[in-house]
Ligand binder design. Structure first.
Ligand SMILES: [Zn+2]
Ligand SMILES: [Zn+2]
Length: 292
């Protein structure tokens, strides 16, 4: 049966912009004021940034964006698993009904990312039954920087693979969750954006036209029929995974090419690229669809 690869990386005149969507300031428990945090991220070469104070809407109006695009947002914190409200037009009061929060975020014109699922001593800040039950969140943090020095695991690709394998189309984000200087510049998202304005960045993220990274730079993602090629500037090894984390291919070097066979028994593949140390990049999933 012929197959079709459904993926978010369409070609076009776009530039790759780097950003972090999880930043705390002195408005909650961060160490820098919003203006100082903006300056710190600009100095690290970021193109966009979202402040995500705990149950507090940090205004971006009136700040010097230091050459970046500032995306308004907050982290819904009290009464349940933490949720990022991205592209927030208004503050939404926290409520223990998290589905109601996700729905309110979507009505507001923003989108929701579930934070650090594997944080805390039980590696289970967000129980998987919630991830299964909730509808209409855009993605989850597959990497959360502050969890490097906190209890639990920064990585949540296990949750992502479980969701994707269940047919859920959710994107994987990597964010710093920065509270102190050691947290800044750990993890980011690189979006393929048509123009350097908030609406274009939000649209690219919403459509999954980005990859997540802790240091590996992807230079090109190409899909020719059933062949997926990912080229990087600095990977030492690349791997292709399918449903429930099943390894499909490993290639040493900065690029990998994988042709999905016609009798492929799985529903998606995704690529991880590894550089020096902990440096990694994660593509979004390439959904494998059977055509008649
Ligand atoms: Zn949190
Ligand atoms: Zn946070």
């Amino acid at each position: 049966m012929p197959i079709r690869i459904n993926h978010p990386y369409k070609d076009g005149a776009c530039s790759w912009l780097k950003g972090n969507l999880h930043t705390h300031t002195t408005n909650s428990d961060g160490d820098l004021s919003p203006q100082e945090a903006a300056a710190a991220y600009a100095a690290l070469g970021y193109d966009f940034l979202m402040f995500s104070d705990h149950d507090c809407f940090t205004k971006t109006k009136g700040l010097d964006p230091c050459g970046m695009v500032l995306i308004p947002g907050n982290e819904i914190t009290a009464y349940g698993p933490h949720l990022l409200h991205v592209n927030a037009h208004r503050y939404i009061d926290p409520d223990e009904d998290r589905q109601a929060m996700i729905d309110a975020i979507n009505v507001d014109g923003g989108f929701c990312i579930v934070c650090h699922p594997n944080w805390l001593e039980d590696y289970n800040h967000c129980d998987h039954k919630f991830l299964d039950e909730w509808r209409d969140y855009l993605g989850i943090e597959i990497y959360n920087g502050v969890c490097l020095r906190a209890e639990g695991s920064p990585i949540a690709t296990d949750r992502w693979d479980r969701l994707l394998s269940a047919g859920r189309r959710v994107w994987g984000f990597a964010n710093d969750d920065s509270h102190r200087s050691v947290d800044r510049g750990i993890a980011w998202n690189v979006a393929k954006v048509e123009s350097r304005v908030p609406a274009a960045i939000v649209r690219a993220l919403r459509e999954g036209r980005f990859y997540a990274s802790t240091g590996v730079e992807i230079s090109r993602i190409r899909v020719d029929d059933a062949t997926i090629t990912v080229e990087t500037a600095n990977a030492q090894r690349c791997r292709v995974f399918a449903d429930l984390g099943r390894l499909q291919a490993t290639q040493d070097g900065p690029a990998i090419s994988f042709t999905v066979p016609e009798d492929f028994p799985y529903t998606y593949v995704r690529v991880e690229c590894y550089g020096f140390g902990d440096d990694t990049a994660w593509t979004q999933p390439f959904f494998v669809e059977k055509t008649a």
